[in-house]
Design a protein around this ligand. Structure first.
Ligand SMILES: [Zn+2]
Length: 376
């Protein structure tokens, strides 16, 4: 689950300006490939939140209007955590985001029923453009896996994966009611074991490091994360944001340091070449991550070179949360323009579209097989 990304605060444009902008935004910008012939759309969105931290957001039909012809397919999930409105904490102020209150977050499992029901209200053609994901489970609960299984049994034919769910995330993890999630909790192993069995694609958010960590130190959660991934070689896993976060900057990310070393990219590159981690992919979602990639000409070149070397292991996603319209939605894709320009046509196509199709088509098909065997 990702935050209220800064682009969401873009003013909601109204009237003819908005319409003109929407039309303009629907046209690929300079240097960007036109929609490819193989499949429709300029990109697929591997990371999209239909609703926010108070379970409000878009109807999928409104999202389909934003997608138009520019987006082929998209994942579909809410946010598993609900921000409590504590009168004792904020009085009449109703928080809509986790940074706006000291009150806890709690797991809001109804999100899965909500996503399933709005998905089922769509036509078959529209359904085919979405890959709904189960998120409303507590990864620190040994019963968490039972929730996932129950959702598949209650809503067969709907879900392709689980996530985005979160283990470590700045300011969020510590606010969640009950036991804090951990990469070493067997409850999480049970969930990933089941995902591997059922074929569910796994989209996991785990900050690689603590907020405002010291430069040049080994990221605090890297060892545990790699061990977790290695324990589940049969699960298809997407590590959201390459492990980065709002205040979890790439190791040696400053413009000055970036000229000497590419720390974070070396960590990711080492994982990409590790034969024990061939089942792990990375999404390059979130404007907070894009800002690191496009920080300097050197960072742009370095990120593009890594994507070109491993085109099959990255997926583009917007990580927008209930976007108010086309402008904030497409802004994330357009932020990456300097990187897209440096990609080979093959790498660009794979990261924008075909990796999504390969991974989620397989997830869909395997979960439908599991349902045939296990849902009466
Ligand atoms: Zn997210």
């Amino acid at each position: 689950m990702k935050g209220q990304h800064s682009i969401r605060r873009a003013p909601l444009l109204i009237g003819s300006v908005a319409i003109a902008l929407a039309i303009w935004m629907a046209v690929p910008g300079p240097g960007l490939a036109a929609p490819d012939a193989i499949t429709s759309g300029q990109f697929n969105d591997s990371h999209f939140h239909l609703t926010n931290y108070i379970q409000q957001g878009l109807d999928p039909r409104q999202f389909l209007q934003i997608m138009g012809t520019r987006v082929g397919r998209s994942t579909l999930f809410g946010i598993p955590l609900q921000q409590q409105w504590s009168y004792a904490n904020s009085g009449e102020f109703a928080p809509t985001y986790y940074l706006q209150s000291d009150a806890p977050l709690y797991y809001y499992s109804f999100t899965d029923a909500y996503i399933a029901s709005v998905y089922r209200s769509l036509s078959t053609d529209d359904q085919a453009r979405f890959d709904p994901m189960i998120t409303g489970f507590n990864p620190a609960d040994m019963y968490g896996v039972d929730h996932i299984r129950r959702v598949l049994q209650m809503f067969p034919g709907v879900f392709s994966g689980i996530g985005e769910f979160t283990i470590h995330k700045e300011f969020v993890s510590a606010k969640v009611s009950g036991e804090t999630a951990s990469l070493t909790n067997p409850a999480l192993d049970r969930i990933l074991d089941f995902a591997a069995d059922a074929g569910l694609v796994v989209l996991i958010h785990n900050d690689i490091d603590m907020p405002f960590a010291k430069q040049n130190a080994r990221p605090v959660y890297l060892t545990q994360m790699k061990a977790l991934l290695e324990r589940h070689p049969k699960a298809t896993i997407i590590w959201a944001h390459m492990g980065l976060g709002r205040v979890v900057h790439p190791v040696q990310a400053s413009a000055e340091a970036a000229q000497r070393s590419s720390g974070q990219l070396e960590i990711v590159e080492a994982m990409l070449t590790d034969p024990a981690l061939g089942h792990v992919n990375f999404d390059i979602s979130w404007d907070e991550v894009a800002k690191y990639a496009i920080a300097t000409p050197e960072s742009i070149a370095r990120v593009a070179a890594m994507l070109n070397r491993h085109p099959d292991r990255f997926l583009f996603g917007t990580d927008t949360v209930a976007p108010a319209g086309p402008a904030p939605y497409y802004a994330v894709f357009d932020l990456w323009a300097p990187v897209w320009r440096l990609l080979t046509p093959e790498a660009s196509l794979a990261i924008r579209k075909t990796n999504y199709e390969r991974i989620f088509n397989e997830g869909r098909s395997r979960v439908r097989d599991w349902e045939r065997m296990n849902v009466k």
